[in-house]
Write a protein of this length. Structure first.
Lengths: 363, 363
DNA sequence: TTGTATGCGTTATCAA
DNA sequence: TTGATAACGCATACAA
């Protein structure tokens, strides 16, 4: 083998710096030498489809285990132009819904031999754009995302043209981007939730939302409005309470709203706002459910343990994650389907508990 | 340029299959052609240290943006022998503690330009071993882990010899593996928690644990035992309730224990068991805190909303994650420190609420 | 300051 | 069934 003098110098330096694999690091070539085989044969032992005799394969795998050899992931990826990795982008992590969804994604990915990268936007649109852009460098084969920037320009997703990575939305989606998605029947759930409050005797129902302009906020709001209409309850714009992402701000906003608007029912679009409502009621001495009934979208598993236990619209979070992952793998498996538009709609369940009870709470 | 006839055939086939970059996919060579520059110059524009004129750099970056070019991650990694990726291995995801910790890790990683891979073991030791082994193929530069297999053999971690990836433990650790770790003062917290129950009048305090043999279980148990001793309360072996990972099993175990042992205080080592205790008490008509006081390790943010509000030992989960990540980056940054043994101990806080109140609960 | 040449570790192709 | 080889896309040493 000829090594140019430049390169040998480069080698020397980098060996010193520890940048380059030294004797203690194993690779396909060394394994081949150790076994007196060619690298191609080694490689074949690790891919199932290729022709190779059973005995050599065993010999190779045994030696590989002994020397702790595994095919270098980056070299394989470079060669094969795929990474066996999917990226998951979520607005937040410390949220029962998203952690359950990720768990579902993780499980399906693992079964398919894929790894998952996690990105948290903290509801920051700029981060989202940045993540997506950087993911188009081969790091991931596909993306599963719950979006953060409904109010912003989604067109950045179209700028990749044919090179755009397969993308699946779940829960929070951009309606104007045509890509597979997994959502729940939010309109219907909201309608039923509102109807439930009305049936429990509420007439002034406040709707708490984090961002009215988010598609998920809009869909959920529509169900609320339509239910009011069905029961001929006039819709009051100011009963839509637009909250923020800040705990402190929400506390003030909600207390003000409860104080000034005196609703007898509250429907919150995310669980965080239900918690904030509870805290506000504790502070203000408002009794749930006597003075105020509360229902919320929530995947909280301990909703029955709250004081009072919280009536929830529970989304099948884990299943949503699983379905999203399956959808992505379907695209990844056969290129034909790449542009197939696919929408999976799962059903949420309303679970009635004491926070919307007509009777005084009892436990 | 000479292309062997074999290879040209191979090219043809793979182009058809779409396996190989075609016109729509950009790489360093095409960008170079488009700009009439060499690939090295392009490369230099993307690395900060190299010599390159300001104007060409700008020209290149502009064109790159236009053509949506980014250096291929896998090629760079192969060349540089590092991945700018860290792996995080946790026992479970749907747990406030771990999702908060991961959030902390994610933030620090992002700031350092690193990406994170998530692996969930579901408390399965075999999965853990498998993950770790596969990670040693270059996919990650380092690992942050909360362990699952205390009862098993940890020696697999030593089998990698000098090739072992930098590893940082957090919260659940293997004491016999010498590697940096971030933990909380569990012994002390347990001691204080038990003492708190005693001060509130408890004399028969049950300790609920998921796995006695886990180091974290042992440490926490020791604090409990020593606190009993301080107050001359005899330690009863059967008040240590060994629970499982199954919700249904725990329900039975706990109900049995409450029924037969009639404790007046319960100290649970993980929040899940506190929830199970609440459910059991609801079912059995046991009043918390009158009949039974409950304290638990928990990072639950809505502990004040429980019925009754739960007294917790709260770990600084996010900070633990951040510290673990920082520790890992310190190792990654300077190779010298590679074997430095480092232990960061953070303080948990006991937050007293109604579940351990002497007075009947009030809200 | 830029270009040329080379190899990172792997795998597919073809030849033997 | 195995071996030789070229290339995946990039980054660096050195020459120009």
């Amino acid at each position: 083998m000829f090594i140019s003098k430049y390169y040998s110098l480069y080698l020397q330096r980098n060996l010193k710096k520890g940048l380059i694999a030294t004797m203690d690091s194993i690779n396909i070539k060394k394994l081949a030498e150790a076994l007196n085989l060619s690298t191609s044969t080694i490689s074949r032992a690790f891919r199932d489809n290729s022709d190779i005799s059973g005995t050599t394969k065993e010999r190779i795998l045994a030696k590989a285990k002994e020397l702790n050899y595994q095919p270098n992931h980056y070299a394989s990826n470079l060669r094969e132009q795929k990474s066996k990795t999917i990226a998951v982008i979520v607005p937040e992590l410390a949220n029962n819904y998203f952690s359950q969804a990720i768990h579902g994604i993780e499980r399906v990915a693992r079964e398919n031999g894929y790894h998952i990268l996690i990105y948290v936007t903290d509801d920051d649109y700029k981060k989202e754009v940045n993540f997506i852009r950087h993911l188009h460098n081969g790091r991931a084969d596909g993306i599963i995302m719950s979006v953060s920037g409904e109010a912003n320009d989604h067109n950045y997703l179209n700028k990749f043209g044919t090179k755009r990575l397969p993308l699946v939305f779940f829960d929070r989606i951009y309606e104007d981007i045509e890509t597979p998605r997994v959502i729940t029947n939010d309109y219907n759930s909201s309608f039923l939730a509102t109807e439930h409050l009305i049936e429990q005797g509420c007439r002034r129902i406040a709707y708490l939302v984090v961002n009215k302009s988010l598609s998920i906020g809009k869909t959920r709001m529509k169900g609320y409005i339509d239910a009011l209409e069905k029961y001929h309850i006039p819709f009051e714009e100011n009963l839509i309470i637009d909250c923020s992402n800040s705990y402190e701000e929400n506390s003030i906003i909600i207390k003000d709203a409860l104080h000034q608007l005196k609703p007898d029912g509250v429907f919150t679009s995310v669980e965080r706002l239900a918690f904030a409502t509870y805290y506000a009621c504790y502070d203000l001495g408002i009794n749930i459910p006597q003075d105020l009934k509360v229902i919320s979208f929530s995947s909280l598993e301990i909703a029955p343990l709250l004081n009072p236990s919280l009536t929830t619209i529970t989304q099948p979070a884990t299943e949503i994650g699983e379905q999203a992952a399956k959808l992505l793998f379907k695209i990844l498996d056969d290129n034909e389907d790449k542009n197939l538009f696919n929408e999976v709609i799962l059903q949420s369940k309303i679970i009635v508990r004491n926070s919307t009870s007509k009777e005084p709470k009892n436990h």
